[in-house]
Design a protein. Structure first.
Length: 174
């Protein structure tokens, strides 16, 4: 499962209405140096107290939907499971077990390849990159490592127009 390196939401298909929904990790982990937190105090983020956990500070991004429960001893925290989904069409806000890339809102099956994007921005980057003649992934720093891994079946000159057409068509429908 390849998900964003930071805590940006991914765009998924809403399980209730099929519309475009944002899905994101419910917690943000902060690694604050000890000197940044005076002894006997609890740091805050946007007015919410952070929770100490194994050398980390945990921020509950959606405290009304899910609260932090430390994982069992010797088990790490799974960032995206469960996730919080927010649909702008039907206004669903709730927990979601993300299955990536199956849940991706932006996905295409072209030339025998399953191609997906985390978000509309990512889909536009894919389209621009594949359509370009020089295909320099370094023009898109946040996505460069993913662009370098695209299979030749979708980046060859033969496939270019078809792949770009599929991506453009899905972006126009949104």
């Amino acid at each position: 499962m390849t998900l964003p390196y930071d805590d940006r939401p991914v765009t998924v298909r809403c399980p209730r209405c099929g519309g475009r929904a944002a899905c994101e990790a419910p917690f943000r982990l902060h690694n604050l140096p000890k000197r940044a937190v005076p002894k006997g105090t609890v740091p805050e983020r946007d007015g919410r107290k952070l929770i100490a956990w194994g050398g980390w500070w945990v921020e509950e991004k959606f405290p009304a939907t899910i609260t932090w429960r430390p994982p069992a001893p010797n088990r790490g925290h799974t960032t995206w499971s469960p996730s919080v989904i927010r649909c702008t069409d039907c206004h669903l806000v709730g927990l979601h077990d993300l299955e990536w890339p199956a849940d991706a809102f932006y996905q295409w099956h072209v030339h025998g390849v399953a191609l997906w994007a985390w978000s509309e921005e990512h889909a536009r980057v894919l389209m621009d990159y594949i359509a370009s003649g020089d295909r320099n992934p370094d023009k898109y720093p946040y996505y460069a490592s993913l662009l370098r891994k695209l299979p030749a079946a979708v980046t060859t000159a033969k496939a270019r127009d078809d792949v770009v057409h599929h991506i453009r068509r899905s972006l126009e429908r949104c």
